[in-house]
Design a protein around this ligand. Structure first.
Ligand SMILES: [Zn+2]
Length: 148
């Protein structure tokens, strides 16, 4: 897994680019995805975090996050919205954070530090937690991707 990849799902191209740019300034690699390609992109990229916009063309962000969490329960999912949303509006599954956009660089930095520094080292093949920085996963024997 790359510890720098963050998938961005927002049907506003401008908002996606702004977030990607902000992530880059914080040393992260923002990858612009979409509500239609996110599940495919998740398979290809194995990011540390997904930022999903609330109101989109065919789906709301919370529905999409629910879909992502069903497949990737460990994934850090951030719901982004330009309006004020409350975390307790979304019960039944976990959204790690609600992000009001546009977000200031310092606030985004806080979110990244909170989730990425705490993120456990998980094998990208068998999804088991690995204690140390192994080159080969002790559980499934697969070679682990190099970390950034
Ligand atoms: Zn493994």
């Amino acid at each position: 897994m790359s510890t720098k990849d963050v998938l961005i799902v927002n049907d506003s191209k401008l908002e996606s680019i702004i977030l990607k740019d902000l992530l880059m300034k914080l040393g992260m690699n923002g990858i612009i995805s979409s509500e239609y390609s996110i599940l495919t992109d998740l398979k290809k990229t194995d990011p540390v975090m997904v930022v999903v916009n609330y109101i989109m063309e065919d789906i709301t962000g919370d529905q999409l996050i629910e879909e992502i969490k069903r497949r990737y329960p460990q994934m850090v999912c951030i719901l982004a919205s330009s309006s004020d949303l409350l975390k307790n509006q979304f019960k039944g599954f976990s959204i790690e954070e609600i992000m009001k956009i546009p977000i200031e660089q310092n606030k985004l930095k806080g979110i990244i530090e909170k989730y990425i520094s705490n993120k456990k080292n998980i094998c990208c093949h068998c999804k088991k937690e690995i204690q140390e920085d192994f080159y080969i996963c002790p559980y499934c024997g697969e070679k682990l991707k190099e970390r950034a």
